[in-house]
Design a protein around this ligand. Structure first.
Ligand SMILES: [Zn+2]
Ligand SMILES: [Zn+2]
Length: 263
């Protein structure tokens, strides 16, 4: 199992970064504004979970009671009309605990269910690693060694030493844990043949971002080069990769884990 790297960002860092990037990248302004509003509600959910310390058995009920209403509030403030309508409809349909449980099990769900379950549950998992560790895990290095979730984004970090290649880390889409992962290895199927690994980039517009895709399984992940952008907050910078996501989709690649905004 991979080493667990120390997590380095807080929700406050993420909110600040979303505001910075929205100034710089006009095309991503709307999803970043929503992300910033959600991060505010998630920060409060994280703090509440640290104080309340729910058990793993009451996790889904706790998420629905303590985190979901604020997430819905953030959407009402900053979401598009389409998202606001979809979320309100879903919220009033009920059976919300099952929506959360189903997400934790990795079952196939509708987009709105994934969005709500993820936005409300992930800060609770982030607050309480012991609960994240109690979830069933796959044990393969491409899954989070803490909670078994899939990676959202890959990060290249400076090794701090000349002549030593920087480390690659993956950031969990569920609990925000980071772990070390080999470079030049597909995060979805483990392919290492460089002839099958494809890099898509736009160095003029997005110099610190790229896509690492795989011809074998047709999956990809966005990678953030933190050596080129020292203030990057990978989980937020990932949202800005929209132009690269479009190129990847045109070439038949699918993101290993769509981000919270659904891209
Ligand atoms: Zn995780
Ligand atoms: Zn692959």
């Amino acid at each position: 199992m991979s080493a667990v790297a120390e997590r380095t960002t807080t929700y406050a860092d993420r909110r600040k970064r979303a505001a910075e990037l929205a100034e710089r990248y006009d095309f991503a302004r709307e999803p970043l504004a929503l992300y910033g509003a959600l991060a505010g509600s998630q920060e409060r959910a994280l703090e509440r979970a640290r104080a309340d310390r729910p058990s793993v058995d009451e996790l889904a009920a706790y998420v629905v009671r303590a985190a979901l209403p604020e997430v819905v509030g953030a959407v009402m403030n900053a979401g598009t009309e389409t998202l606001r309508e979809a979320v309100l409809l879903r919220f009033h349909e009920g059976d919300l605990e099952r929506m959360v449980t189903s997400w934790l099990r990795g079952e196939t769900q509708k987009g709105t269910d994934v969005f709500l379950a993820r936005a409300a549950t992930s800060p609770v998992l982030e607050a309480l690693p012991e609960i994240a560790r109690a979830l069933p895990i796959a044990g393969e290095e491409r899954f989070c060694p803490q909670c078994g979730g899939s990676p959202q984004v890959s990060v290249f970090v400076d090794s701090g030493e000349a002549l030593v290649t920087g480390q690659r880390r993956l950031v969990c889409a569920r609990c925000a844990n980071e772990w070390v992962y080999p470079r030049m290895t597909c995060v979805a199927c483990g392919e290492t043949d460089s002839g099958k690994l494809v890099v898509l980039a736009d160095p003029d517009q997005l110099p610190h971002l790229r896509i690492d895709a795989c011809e074998r399984c047709k999956r990809y992940i966005v990678s953030v080069d933190a050596r080129l952008e020292s203030h990057a907050v990978p989980i937020v910078d990932e949202i800005v990769a929209i132009p690269l996501d479009i190129v990847a989709a045109e070439r038949g690649f699918t993101k290993v884990t769509p981000n919270l905004m659904g891209f």
